[in-house]
Design a protein around this ligand. Structure first.
Ligand SMILES: NC(=O)c1ccc[n+]([C@@H]2O[C@H](COP(=O)([O-])OP(=O)(O)OC[C@H]3O[C@@H](n4cnc5c(N)ncnc54)[C@H](OP(=O)(O)O)[C@@H]3O)[C@@H](O)[C@H]2O)c1
Length: 288
């Protein structure tokens, strides 16, 4: 019997990692190996090489990242080790051993001052340590592996880990009033949709290196997102719109981060569901 191609997923306990795990049975043509931070901390470069030597992956999806956006302002070195140097190490191993490397990046590589959906060739200009470290990760990936794919995404939420959706569900149930910023505009990305898009890229058999953008469809503010979450779960909490200036954070968030998905749809034919429909799916899975 022919051996199934092996897909290694790093950061398997994160939102994306767990969403990929949920889809494992829908892609029976692949063997999956899920590695959590405790299995394989990606900033331990020699360990990563040893794991990869042992597993001999055909594909690596790097779902591991230093994602503590505010803390990164104080832990720059670690953020760059995880989000940039480790990416270079994995990308290089894949290049040297004929494996395909898929890196996940972020809208934070942009300065957020745009007013049209960002295309992949728009100039970058990260405003935070996290954004700079992720941009450095993209550069390392291509430097050591010109055949790699980088998918930038934004506003990821899911039933797992820490994210805006889960925070809102909890606050909307517990508090009489909450305040949510209404001057940051973007599109949510349901982790399950992102996971499916990444696996569909692999399964398409049309591997084409480059940068791609992926989120759900739509254009909303965090306030709009909170209102829709409330509509779908049903609570009495008052939601008050506030400007970003009323909610200062150590790291700057992009004011505008809508991503243009035309390229990823044209090249791989992946599905980009409407953000409200995907939210409904997440709400029902979270309830279960
Ligand atoms: N969340 C968003 O809104 C968002 C937006 C745009 C782009 N992205 C990108 O999307 C990708 C997936 O993000 P996510 O939302 O799934 O993030 P997440 O839930 O924070 O998951 C990241 C995972 O990486 C693991 N990790 C952290 N440091 C590690 C290390 N040194 N070695 C190995 N694993 C490590 C974490 O381990 P622990 O579980 O032990 O913490 C966690 O399981 C990332 O590349 C992120 O930059 C996310």
């Amino acid at each position: 019997m022919e051996k199934k191609p092996t897909i290694v997923v790093t950061g398997s306990q994160g939102q994306l990692g767990r969403s990929l795990k949920d889809l494992e049975s829908e892609y029976p043509q692949y063997k999956f190996v899920f590695l959590s931070r405790s299995d394989m901390p990606i900033h331990h470069f020699e360990l990563v090489r040893q794991f990869f030597e042992g597993i001999q992956p055909d594909y690596v999806i790097n779902a591991a990242a230093y994602t503590a956006v505010d803390r990164a302002e104080l832990e720059k070195e670690l953020a760059f080790q995880v989000n940039a140097e480790a990416v270079g190490v994995m990308a290089a191993w894949c290049h040297q051993h004929g494996a395909k490397f898929l890196q996940v990046s972020t809208d934070y590589v942009f300065d957020g001052k745009g007013n049209h959906p960002y295309v992949e060739t728009d100039p970058t200009g990260p405003q935070s340590v996290y954004g700079s470290s992720k941009l450095a990760g993209e550069q390392q990936a291509f430097q050591f592996n010109p055949d790699c794919i980088v998918v930038r995404t934004a506003w990821v939420y899911s039933p797992y880990g820490k994210n805006f959706f889960k925070t809102m569900v909890s606050l909307l149930r517990d508090k009489p009033t909450i305040h949510v910023v209404n001057d940051q505009v973007g599109t949510p990305t349901y982790g399950r949709d992102l996971a499916k898009a990444l696996l569909d890229i692999i399964a398409s058999g049309k591997w084409q290196p480059g940068v791609y953008h992926y989120s759900n469809e739509g254009r909303i503010s965090w306030y709009d997102f909170a209102i829709e979450i409330q509509r779908q779960i049903g609570t009495d909490c008052a939601i008050v719109a506030i400007p970003t200036t009323a909610y200062p954070t150590p790291a700057v968030r992009p004011a505008y981060s809508v991503l243009n998905k035309k390229k990823i749809i044209d090249v791989f034919g992946v599905s980009v569901p409407d953000w409200k429909l995907s939210l409904t799916d997440c709400v029902s899975r979270y309830r279960d």
